[in-house]
Ligand binder design. Structure first.
Ligand SMILES: Cc1ncc(C[n+]2csc(CCOP(=O)(O)OP(=O)(O)O)c2C)c(N)n1
Ligand code: SF4
Length: 285
């Protein structure tokens, strides 16, 4: 039964009747729990929420969140999310996917989503592997990573998602960890509240094919308190430090959004004396 619009929403209200079929211990459970927390904190009603997800274990998320949802073609979270937001800018749009979906097959969409600054929150459940297809190496897998597709070890350098997003012009860039769901919920809340393109790289271990639960926690540290999130060069520098895995917001600034720009262009076009599209077509009929 959907909650009454006037009723206070709790994390429970966002659960669907579908139960996640993720492996017990998968990091994605923590991400989902944090997403429920954050939606409840923001009191976002299901009718105003669209979750767009790619293909992968992480891509099952829309089935577990009471909202409108799209489970799109592999790697196409961002163009679909942009279409949704442009069609109805009042909606809260949350994009969800894996590192394979986002940075490999979908990697070509990242620069354009980031530089356009359309207002969505994009959560990448980064397990450095292709979980759904049985653990091949992904763009964020470390050098030497051994799996079925790399039996002699990965020879590629891993991609640095945070540096990439800052370089391409995203206006909110953060890292979270599925094992710290309260802190992650706070980050997701901030990302949804941010007006513009908000990206969170969420370390979300794949317990079955690349279990990093033992190696990650000792390296975790908070983004230093004195870090100025509006300093782009310093934020970029912070992403390059590999002695620690920093959690928190690296970069956040306010800039005009794509949908505001589009609305402005429509207004200008309507006020201009240029011929209408129908008039141009009429010339050829
Ligand atoms: C066009 C296309 N190519 C390849 C696949 C096979 N495929 C399904 S999921 C996936 C990778 C998933 O990895 P990731 O995005 O990291 O998500 P995870 O399963 O780890 O959450 C691949 C290659 C596909 N479904 N569609
Ligand atoms: S295969 Fe990995 S990513 Fe997929 S559900 Fe299992 S633990 Fe999670």
């Amino acid at each position: 039964m959907p909650p009454d619009v006037a009723q206070e929403l709790t994390p429970q209200n966002y659960k669907t009747d579908e139960h996640p079929i993720w492996c017990p211990g998968c990091g994605d459970f923590g991400v989902l729990a944090s997403l429920y927390q954050s939606l409840a904190k923001l009191q976002i009603h299901s009718k105003d929420l669209v979750v767009v997800a790619g293909i992968g274990c992480s891509g099952r998320t829309p089935g577990f969140v009471k909202s409108y949802g799209f489970h799109v073609v592999h790697g196409r979270v961002l163009p679909v999310a942009l279409g949704v937001k442009l069609a109805n800018p009042k909606l809260t749009v949350v994009g969800v996917g894996g590192d394979g979906d986002g940075f490999a097959i979908g990697g070509g969409h990242i620069p354009h989503a980031a530089r356009r600054n359309f207002d969505i929150a994009y959560l990448v459940m980064d397990n450095a592997t292709y979980g759904l297809t049985k653990g091949q190496y992904s763009p964020t897998a470390p050098k030497g990573f051994q799996a079925g597709s790399t039996p002699y070890g990965n020879i590629e350098k891993p991609l640095n998602p945070l540096a990439m997003l800052i370089a391409y012009g995203a206006t909110f860039v953060a890292r979270g960890y599925s094992g710290k769901p309260k802190e992650l919920a706070d980050l997701i809340t901030r990302a949804i509240e941010h007006k513009g393109f908000a990206f969170i790289d969420i370390i979300s271990p794949c317990i079955t094919f690349y279990n990093t639960y033992k190696v990650i926690p000792p390296k975790l540290a908070e983004v230093p308190h004195e870090h100025d999130v509006t300093d782009r060069a310093k934020a970029f520098e912070l992403t390059l430090l590999d002695d620690k895995v920093y959690l928190g917001v690296f970069y956040q600034v306010q800039e005009p959004t794509f949908e505001d720009g589009v609305a402005q262009v429509i207004k200008t076009a309507q006020a201009s004396s240029r011929p209408r599209l129908e008039e141009i077509f009429a010339e050829f009929s």
